[in-house]
Each structure stands twice: as C-alpha cells, then as structure tokens.
Design a protein around this ligand. Structure first.
Ligand code: SF4
Ligand code: SF4
Length: 173
C-alpha cells in the first residue's frame, strides 16, 4: 500500500518535471512560467477568450503570445477566463517585455519603411538619419509597452522581444 502510494507520487512528480514552462517565452500578461507550470491545465480558456486571437498553445501546451497574429491590448480577458489560478492580476503590471529591432529591418538596408513607427501608439519608435542616407530606427524602451503592434506590422519580421528587469531598464549596460 505504502509502496503503491510512493510510486504514484513519484510518477506525478515525473510528469510534472516533463511539463515545465520555459521562462524565456512570451506569455499572456498576468502569468509566468512558474505559475503555468504549477497551475495551468492546458484547457485553452485563455486562448479562446483573447479577442485579438494572439494566444496559441506552445510547447507543453502552455499558452504563448504570437505577435505575428496581432497585438496585445492588455484587456485581461485571458486572465479573467482562466479557471485554474494560472493568472494573477498582480503580475500584469510587471509585464516587462520590450521590443528591439534587428538588422533585418528594411530601413537599415536602405529600403523605405516606417511600418513599426506608424503602428506604435505610444510613439516609442523614431527614425534618425544614418550613414549612406539610410534611416535607423531608435526605440525608447521607457515608452514601449511591449504590446507587439510593431512586430505585427513589420514586413521583415525584424522586431524581437526581450524581458527587461526594471533596474536594467534604467541602465541597459
Ligand atoms: S490581455 Fe487581452 S489582448 Fe492581451 S493576450 Fe490577454 S486576452 Fe489577448
Ligand atoms: S511593442 Fe508596442 S509600444 Fe513597444 S515599440 Fe512596439 S508598438 Fe511601440
């Protein structure tokens, strides 16, 4: 009897170990890898609730944000829909993902494009003249909300996202 219980417990622990959410993946606002690993039942309620349809099932069937489908409005419909405690309204304000623009940017290659600047409501992206008559995108991380609108509109998939801790935001070095 005791042996059977031990086997069942260790099997549960083993299954849990095999389903760990990756902390370096964009999650819907209000949740994180630790909460998902502990609480998410992969029921798809958050996926179905998102009016922007930008939540998809990722590795381990945990929800991830896909900015190639649209931008996040931070409406919290996903958090409201979750029945399992995998979201916490307390961590919505801690959303610390910020956009960055890679060398794939068309403008950096001399092709006229301002799609990201046009998409950015808080005006976090500006362009300045660079060598050779090119325009270089400059992103103000303090203004960036991490909404993904620029990534959605970028025709070159040149926008990436990284998590910026508050102290690093002050001093990116
Ligand atoms: S906050 Fe709203 S728009 Fe953003 S992922 Fe959740 S449901 Fe979708
Ligand atoms: S993620 Fe949103 S706020 Fe940040 S630069 Fe892109 S459009 Fe602007």
């Amino acid at each position: 009897m005791t042996e059977g219980t031990d086997i069942s417990v260790s099997r549960r622990a083993f299954l849990k170990l095999g389903r760990r959410a990756d902390p370096d993946v964009l999650r819907p606002p209000g949740t994180n890898a630790a909460l998902l690993t502990e609480q998410c039942k992969s029921c798809s309620a958050c996926i179905d609730a998102c009016p922007e349809q930008i939540i998809v099932a990722g590795a381990g069937n945990f929800p991830v944000l896909d900015f190639s489908r649209g931008a996040c409005t931070f409406c919290e419909a996903c958090a409201d829909a979750c029945p399992s405690g995998a979201f916490s309204k307390d961590i919505v304000p801690q959303w610390s993902w910020k956009a960055g623009i890679t060398s794939a940017c068309l403008s950096l290659q001399g092709i006229s494009c301002r799609a990201c600047e046009d998409a950015c409501e808080p005006r976090a992206i500006r362009f300045r003249l660079a060598l050779g008559g090119k325009s270089e995108p400059v992103l103000d991380q303090h203004q960036c909300t991490g909404c993904g609108a620029c990534a959605y509109q970028c025709p070159a998939a040149a926008v990436t996202f990284t998590r910026v801790e508050p102290n690093k935001e002050e001093d990116p070095a």
